[in-house]
Design a protein around this ligand. Structure first.
Ligand SMILES: *Cc1c(COP(=O)(O)O)cnc(C)c1O
Length: 436
């Protein structure tokens, strides 16, 4: 019987019988969700192919340039492809953008001037942005350049505080930053539809405000992107969803021509802008990664939904819950103590194809305000579209799980995490057996 072979190979890789049976039961209960996700990735796959065909991506586009990088056909075409995928006027997609934080910092620093005000109407931004903005004092922050920051928190029920936002907007408010994904928080991720509602409200107050969306982890999780519902600028990392697991570095900005121009002059130099920036050898991975991105993102969504349902069934609090629609690839599971977070991450690491033999420990990572444990056995160092998990060692002791280039790997990773929690006595074998 096929299932016996399957159980055997799982057992060979350290999954006990009860964990395997429990995982299979959860997985098999989700077939209608899998069908919806396949529909989504089919749609987005065609969107990407359509953009590549429209811009006549050719073999010559895969060759890179060196030196100044003038007349880089592959770079220029790729930026047109991104602009078409996101339905924007222009895009900046570069290996010189080192990561998501850099892409976001670039967007902010190039579109804001001294005296301007930046507003976050969705509460505290991602941890690393605290130093970019200067919420935590930091060298080179926006605050050092005289750019002010205001924040309006979400309401306790997760809704937008429209009154507070109206009051916060003033003549200096130049740019609004909206984070789509929850990041290291337990608030809900914003759907593209909700982002559209927020942008409409903000533009009603002050039509010339630049609405920027931190799109990290959100790309291709829905049919529409924030740029389809009014965002002037969407920003993200190529070692997350849009790089499809193949991009070895990079970030992107897509948006209004003027916003992208500002960013290009800041990334390279006034006077040079988009015209320079050699693509070196990055282009084949950027193109092929974008081509694979809808499918890879779908696999990561399947892994996240599996994790939600499995841990929910085991009695842990999970965000999003097992049934909710998805707007990013992140799954939060709350353990309430450091041991659970550490065991979970160690289990994920043990599922890795690269560095599966190493044991992660919490450490003080630059840009974060508490120790963080990271499970990251990745082909691309630190890539979080690959199977990975991060847990800041602070209350409520939640772990943030994401990625999986293939759903098979994501499923195995979650089973390994459960196995580790069983071995540490955090999940009881009897409980599993009673719930088979
Ligand atoms: C990952 C992430 C960032 C920062 O990206 P890095 O590539 O880690 O610098 C910013 N915002 C959100 C919501 C993210 O998920």
């Amino acid at each position: 019987m096929i299932s016996d072979y399957k159980k055997e190979i799982y057992q060979k890789l350290g999954i006990s019988e009860e964990v395997y049976e429990y995982g299979e039961k959860v997985w098999n209960s989700l077939s209608s969700r899998w069908a919806q996700i396949d529909e989504l990735s089919e749609y987005n796959q065609l969107k990407v192919i359509g953009a590549m065909q429209k811009n006549q991506v050719s073999e010559a586009c895969l060759l890179g340039t060196t030196g100044y990088g003038y007349n880089d056909l592959g770079r220029e075409t790729l930026e047109k492809v991104y602009a078409d995928v996101f339905h924007t006027q222009d895009a900046l997609v570069r290996p010189q953008i080192t990561c998501g934080t850099h892409a976001l910092a670039l967007a902010l620093m190039s579109n804001l001037r001294p005296g301007d005000e930046l507003l976050s109407p969705v509460g505290k931004p991602y941890d690393t942005l605290e130093e970019v903005i200067g919420i935590r004092p930091s060298k080179g922050s926006l605050a050092e350049y005289g750019i002010h920051y205001t924040q309006v928190d979400l309401l306790p029920d997760g809704g937008f505080d429209y009154d507070g936002i109206r009051k916060a907007i003033n003549p200096q408010t130049k740019l609004v930053t909206i984070q789509r994904s929850k990041g290291y928080q337990t608030r809900p991720t914003l759907s593209v539809q909700r982002i559209g509602e927020l942008i409409r409200f903000i533009k009603e107050q002050k039509p010339d405000i630049i609405c920027m969306v931190d799109n990290c982890y959100g790309e291709f999780t829905e049919r529409e992107e924030p740029s389809d519902v009014g965002a002037d600028l969407v920003v993200g990392s190529l070692i997350k969803n849009p790089g499809g697991g193949l991009a070895p570095i990079g970030g992107y900005l897509a948006g209004r021509k003027e916003c992208i121009e500002n960013a290009a002059y800041r990334l390279t130099s006034p006077g040079l802008g988009k015209e320079v920036g050699a693509s070196l050898t990055a282009l084949p991975a950027f193109y092929q990664g974008l081509f694979l991105a809808p499918s890879v993102t779908a696999n990561a969504l399947k892994a996240a939904i599996f994790a939600a349902n499995l841990y929910e069934g085991l009695g842990f609090s999970v965000i999003p819950d097992g049934k909710e629609p998805r707007h990013d690839i992140i799954q939060a599971v709350t353990f309430g103590n450091p041991e659970g977070v550490i065991a979970f991450c160690q289990g994920i690491q043990q599922a890795a194809a690269v560095d599966g033999h190493v044991t992660p420990e919490p450490w003080d990572m630059p840009g974060y305000d508490s120790p963080v444990i990271m499970a990251a056995g990745a082909f691309v160092s630190g890539s979080s579209i690959e199977l990975s998990a991060d847990g800041p060692i602070k209350p409520p002791y939640s772990v943030y799980f994401q990625g999986g280039l293939t759903w098979q790997h994501g499923k195995f990773g979650i089973m390994k995490s459960m196995q580790k929690l069983v071995e540490k006595g955090i999940i009881l074998k009897d409980f599993i057996k009673r719930n088979l």
